[in-house]
Design a protein around this ligand. Structure first.
Ligand SMILES: NC(=O)c1ccc[n+]([C@@H]2O[C@H](COP(=O)([O-])OP(=O)(O)OC[C@H]3O[C@@H](n4cnc5c(N)ncnc54)[C@H](OP(=O)(O)O)[C@@H]3O)[C@@H](O)[C@H]2O)c1
Length: 327
């Protein structure tokens, strides 16, 4: 092992071109932390929002000209290389997964409490897809109380969050309809959607009014009135995604939904280790299968970010340590 490592960082907000490899000393884990060898990192639209500093509100919170946390990457699956003082629940050589920061690097220090163990039958690439997109899907289904027999509509289901959401809703015994791009339709039908619609050929308002117990909006395009009209009595509409206003992002829609008398639930997900552990178990048992559209080596992390930035991903994009091919 060398004393230096590569981390993909940026100084200014911008497109993927702004992110470059830097060689830095390998950090030493402090009390409560572990040093990981990064095996796989999955990318999320959140990585692109931070990279571009969009919406503008991101810059107020995270840095005016460039992000204060300069390295990109949040989801990480890795192998424990060293333990900080007081870490007893993890062991050197163990496989783990979690969400933290600056994970697009060949090594990364992460608080132990942010990590869960991964059994050997779950590959690093699969494990890395789970924390952020999987937690968002679970927390959305919980917010809408989706269970056996629920009628669920997912608008914009083709990306990472949506492909998990469809599978997990079907696994709970819900009847799932989904809108997505044409390329995602066969994937979502394999994952349990009973009906899928190409969003370019459908007005959401043409679907049956009053039919759905849960309407999940990941695309962020339909007006709230359209979502509300699709709900059955007592149903809930969850607002998960979409770009929203150039500066305020989804904030306006969230405020609007909060005053719109109860039936809307804006989702702000947090990667919880208990939920990630449940997702790892589901993946290990074969009940949850991430759709990994493309795998990039870490040496091409910038190309991976550019791919996600283009916004056309079906399922997930994963970056793996260059030596790993076990996806
Ligand atoms: N609220 C939260 O806590 C939370 C957490 C995580 C993510 N999010 C948000 O959730 C959204 C999804 O993120 P993601 O990473 O899963 O996926 P993503 O990369 O944003 O999704 C890409 C997919 O969405 C499809 N798509 C784009 N516009 C669409 C539309 N109008 N209708 C239907 N499908 C559409 C694309 O299909 P085509 O290629 O055919 O266009 C592509 O397959 C983002 O807005 C993200 O910011 C929110």
């Amino acid at each position: 092992m060398t004393d230096t490592m590569t981390v993909w960082r940026q100084r200014r907000y911008g497109s993927a071109d702004a992110v470059r490899p830097e060689t830095v000393p390998v950090p030493v884990p402090r009390a409560g932390e572990v040093l990981l060898q990064t095996d796989a990192v999955s990318l999320n639209s959140g990585d692109v929002h931070l990279m571009r500093g969009e919406p503008g509100l991101v810059r107020v919170a995270l840095g005016a000209r460039g992000p204060r946390i300069r390295g990109r990457g949040m989801d990480v699956a890795g192998t424990v290389l060293a333990l900080g003082e007081g870490v007893t629940e993890l062991a050197v050589g163990g496989a783990v997964v979690g969400a933290w920061r600056e994970t697009l690097a060949d090594r990364v220090v992460v608080p132990a409490k942010r990590l869960v163990r991964v059994p050997s039958r779950v590959t690093p690439a699969v494990a890395a897809t789970l924390p952020i997109a999987g937690n968002t899907a679970v927390q959305t289904l919980d917010a809408c109380r989706v269970g056996r027999g629920s009628r669920v509509l997912v608008a914009g289901a083709g990306g990472g969050v949506g492909t998990f959401l469809v599978q997990l809703a079907a696994d709970r015994g819900a009847e799932v309809w989904a809108t997505c791009g044409e390329r995602a339709q066969p994937v979502l039908e394999r994952f349990g959607a009973v009906r899928t619609f190409d969003y370019r050929a459908l007005e959401l308002g043409d679907l049956p009014r009053g039919r759905f117990d849960a309407v999940v909006d990941i695309a962020g395009e339909p007006p709230l009135t359209v979502l509300r009209d699709l709900l059955a009595p007592g149903g809930t509409a969850a607002l998960v995604g979409g770009d929203g206003h150039p500066f305020f992002g989804p904030v306006g829609g969230i405020l609007h939904s909060l005053v719109a008398r109860g039936r809307f639930r804006p989702i702000t997900s947090v990667a919880k280790t208990e939920t990630t552990a449940q997702l790892v178990d589901l993946a290990a048992s074969g009940r949850l299968t991430p759709h990994i559209e493309r795998v990039f080596p870490l040496s091409q992390a910038r190309a991976a970010l550019a791919h996600v930035e283009a916004g056309r991903t079906v399922g997930k994009v994963v970056v793996v340590r260059d030596e790993i091919l076990d996806v």
